[in-house]
Design a protein around this ligand. Sequence first.
Ligand SMILES: [Zn+2]
Length: 346
Amino acid sequence: MEDLIYNKPHRRYNILTGEWILVSPHRTKRPWQGKTEDKVEVKTVTYDPSCYLCPGNERASGDKNPNYEHVYTFTNDFAALLPDVEAEEVNEGLFKAATEEGICKVVCFSPDHSLTLPLMKEEDITRVVQKWKEEYIELGGKDGINNVQIFENKGAIMGCSNPHPHGQIWAQRSIPEEIIKKTENQKVYWEQHNKSLLQAYIEQEKEVNERILVENEYFVALVPYWAVWPYEAMIVPKRHIQSIDQLQEEEEKAFASIIKKLTIKFDNLFETSFPYSAGIHQKPTDGKEHPEWHFHMSFYPPLLRSSTVKKFMVGYEMFANPQRDITAEQAANTLNALSEVHYLKR
Ligand SMILES: [Zn+2]
């Protein structure tokens, strides 16, 4: 029954955001005559004198990076949010606005310019996880910071201006839209079932075992049932924890390990440095308990059928709702057939 439905055009529900997506599996055979992207060249230089993130180099602000040896964070020189902005509002008829304040930081994952998460050692990814945790606690603990968004834009195709391995953290007064939607939907489930929505979800996923990619003692990585991006994936802790500050030492290592395994699969898919936007969604730092929250990390990669053909979110997707051709199960099968050894290390 289910399989028959999944072969036809159908809609799937995203339990976290409360939104629907359209799946059109019959369209996967249509020929592609659209835009292709340049193939990503493999970086080989471990130090680039013109890179503003490499150790010892000067940034646009005039500040010099220290000769850092592992992970390194600093306040973004071109921050989208600024601290100490005086609270002001516009309320003139239908014109509504308010000032916003916050802090934007850059997290250099490694001093080695040539690396990416899948090519880093697990122990060094663990250091990145620990730094995320530290920043979440420190930034989230500040007065007037009610949400801490940790993310990585990887690849020029995702608008990332520098190939040095790095991510960002935007911490701010307001709670952003995605967090508001996910808070509401998790809260409804929590109040009805006294159980975490994502805990119930991963239990059901484990029963059917059709979309799971990698699993270890503490985490599971899968293509979510409601995936929008062709090879979208999500890492979920098995234990119901609200935010990364609750990770125990063994869990930090397991989180790093599953990030590495998942991103190796991504790179192996089209034998390229696989671009994506990845982000951690977790409980807001607004001082409330948020027992409904179950932290998770989502990966939204744009590539569709090769290292040069990407999915576009245009037309129907801009005006109606997201749509995909290959099903989440097909994407999971393709990823599961790939080696766990990085193609550059074979
Ligand atoms: Zn660099």
